[in-house]
Design a protein around this ligand. Structure first.
Ligand SMILES: *Cc1c(COP(=O)(O)O)cnc(C)c1O
Length: 271
């Protein structure tokens, strides 16, 4: 079977080919647009013909928020527009909603509404929701029944699971609404970084809790070098390219941390 995915999808880039190695699934990768979406025409063109030479298209996978596209949120309307195409061809629609709660908070909409067009949704209890471990898969009852068996096959069965489930319940009940604070702090940090010579922030960043930016072409050192200097001053940052950073705000980043990070960045960039 084949799944249509964006070429910048987490599933394509960061899961060690797991869908193929473990699921026996072939991925058809089409370009992610800058806003994290897949063009409807591209999706339609990628759906296979009924031909013994070709793997049957069974699924379309979207990602919300889209990590590699800057943590950008996809809209409810877009979800429905893809669902319409999927229905037309009798194929299923899945959402990698690792950060779906960020997507909901950023747009002021209910998670339920964002999830509704999809046949299945996954999301993380860790990351912004702060649980130490855990992810959830959501779908129809018979689908979940099959998922339980696959989980078992993959060695994912757990016994005394309540201790981790407890943290997951806290994540769902107490941590979703406060994501707005992370978005505000990301904006505040981006505003401060934007003023520092030598840093070039991506257009529109941050869309949610992620700030993406580059060192200017003229700046003589690498992002790794800058990260080492920041570390000497107790600021840890993510380097995601020769001259590129990804900074993410979360529960453990407070207002004073944002101020401190911006201050130290300024010192390193000018010193
Ligand atoms: C983190 C992440 C995943 C994987 O989540 P797990 O909880 O490790 O299974 C999948 N997709 C996206 C977009 C992610 O950011």
């Amino acid at each position: 079977d084949e799944v249509i995915l964006g070429d910048k999808a987490h599933t394509v880039i960061y899961e060690a080919g797991g869908i193929s190695a473990l699921g026996g699934i072939h991925s058809r990768q089409i370009p992610n647009q800058e806003d994290g979406t897949l063009a409807l025409a591209d999706i339609q063109a990628a759906i296979r013909a009924d031909d013994v030479h070709q793997p049957p298209t069974r699924l379309i996978g979207l990602e919300n928020t889209h990590n590699r596209c800057g943590g950008v949120a996809l809209s409810i309307e877009y979800g429905w527009s893809v669902k319409k195409v999927a229905d037309q061809y009798g194929i299923l629609l899945h959402l990698d909603g690792a950060r779906i709660f960020n997507a909901a908070v950023a747009q002021g909409v209910a998670v339920r509404a964002l999830a509704e067009p999809f046949d299945s949704v996954t999301f993380c209890l860790s990351k912004g929701l702060c649980a130490p471990v855990g992810a959830i898969i959501v779908g129809k009852r018979d689908f979940i029944q099959r998922v339980r068996r696959v989980r078992k096959q993959l060695g994912g069965g757990m016994r005394q699971a309540g201790i981790v489930a407890a943290a997951g319940i806290v994540a769902l009940e107490k941590m979703t609404d406060r994501l707005a604070e992370d978005h505000i702090r990301a904006q505040k940090l981006a505003d401060a970084l934007r003023k520092i010579p030598g840093l070039v922030l991506d257009v529109g960043t941050p869309f949610t809790n992620m700030i993406f930016f580059n060192l200017s072409d003229e700046f003589p050192y690498s992002a790794k070098w800058v990260a080492e200097k920041l570390k000497e001053k107790n600021v840890l940052v993510g380097v995601v390219g020769e001259k590129r950073f990804r900074l993410v705000t979360h529960y453990w980043i407070q207002d004073q941390d944002v101020d401190e990070a911006a201050k130290v960045f300024k010192e390193v960039m000018s010193g």
